[in-house]
Ligand binder design. Structure first.
Ligand code: PMP
Length: 353
């Protein structure tokens, strides 16, 4: 090993789901929305004057922040936006998790949390979910340097009640508690109202799932003004122009189209509920999901084999060869047509020896 290698940060990076390039692929592996973005977004893209790109974007993302503030009934100074919620959460780790005590999160959860902890040298501890993939709230009543988990959790889809969230936020008044609500719009109840009672709570959401804009990369956090100011101070110390001007415009437009948002979210919820019935008929078991995916295990066929067989048929779902979840598939909810093709393929795979 060369001497200079001693001073290099070595991390095991987060591994995103595959983005296969071929044609006729049914892509149910990265929780994207199967429906296009709102009509107004399309109009902006078609009429965009490329000359605007000569100029730096608004570093404060004002138009987007104002539209979010109106939609969520908070002050603009309570909102922070970033390049996807990954960027927002990464900034939040940097800003809020600076204690020598470990931050805590569930053992089965979004697999980026331990990566950020490693990259920023933040000590962390995981708390085991119970056998039904539920959080045991008392695990979080201990000394720690901060708390983070998604609600609904990923990759399980399990939603925890606001009552449980409140107990955890209340018991951790000395640290920041981040609730990652990437999937909240698919039937969960947001903990944004708790912000009126707790100044240590930060709620993070994304445009990647319910607003069909994963490729645009927009995420945001809502919290009290002081937390948002601290986040902005760190952001402006790293890169002032994180979000490009076109993305700011389409993001603001997407938020304004509440009717389309509700329509697509409801379509996905209906498809998910039908998928639950169908998957049960096929012999799958899964915790109840309030997200745009189902985390399912088959009673007799190993998940790794089903995953490979589906891939051979151009159907991509997500599989992790990790302790406790290596017999599960995370299946994103697609259109009804895509789901029918998935069920046909599963029937075929499950029949074969
Ligand atoms: N949180 C959770 C729980 C997720 O599953 C994802 C999607 N990978 C994200 C955050 C990040 O989403 P994005 O950066 O696209 O907003």
């Amino acid at each position: 090993m060369k001497c200079w290698e001693n001073n290099i940060k070595k991390v095991s990076p987060y591994v995103p789901g595959e983005q296969p390039k071929g044609k006729d692929i049914i892509k149910l592996n990265t929780n994207e929305n199967p429906y296009p973005p709102a009509e107004g977004v399309m109009k902006i893209l078609k009429g965009y004057n490329a000359d605007n790109l000569r100029l730096y974007p608004d570093p404060s993302s004002e138009e987007l922040i104002i539209s979010l503030a109106q939609r969520y009934g908070v002050k603009p100074s309570q909102i922070f936006v970033g390049v996807g919620s990954d960027d927002v959460i990464s900034m939040a780790f940097m800003t809020f998790f600076n204690s020598d005590k470990p931050i805590i999160f569930p053992d089965i959860t979004y697999s980026f949390y331990d990566v950020w902890a490693e990259v920023y040298d933040i000590p962390y501890q995981t708390k085991p979910l119970d056998s039904c993939f539920r959080i045991n709230e008392s695990d979080y009543f201990c000394e720690n340097g901060g708390v983070i988990f998604p609600n609904p959790n990923a990759p399980t889809g399990v939603f925890e009640s606001l009552d449980k969230i409140e107990k955890i936020v209340k018991a951790n008044s000395d640290v920041i508690v981040i609730i990652d609500e990437a999937y909240i719009d698919f039937g969960g109840e947001s903990c944004i109202p708790l912000l009126n009672k707790y100044d240590n709570l930060l709620v993070v959401q994304t445009f990647s799932k319910s607003r069909s804009l994963a490729g645009a990369r927009i995420g945001f956090a809502i919290g009290n003004e002081k937390l948002i100011k601290y986040l902005n101070d760190v952001k402006f110390s790293v890169n002032s122009y994180t979000m490009n001007s076109l993305t700011q415009r389409i993001g603001a437009e997407a938020v304004r189209d509440e009717i389309y948002f509700k329509e697509t979210v409801n379509k996905i919820i209906n498809t998910r509920e039908n998928a639950k019935v169908k998957l049960k008929e096929l012999g799958f078991i899964f915790p109840d999901s309030k997200s745009n995916f189902i985390f399912a295990c088959h009673s007799s066929k190993y998940a790794g084999i089903i995953f490979e067989e589906l891939k051979k048929r151009n159907i991509y779902v997500r599989y992790w060869n990790k302790p406790r979840i290596d017999n599960y598939l995370r299946i994103t909810i697609g259109t009804d047509k895509e789901m029918d093709k998935l069920f046909q393929a599963l029937e075929c795979i499950l029949k074969s020896e």
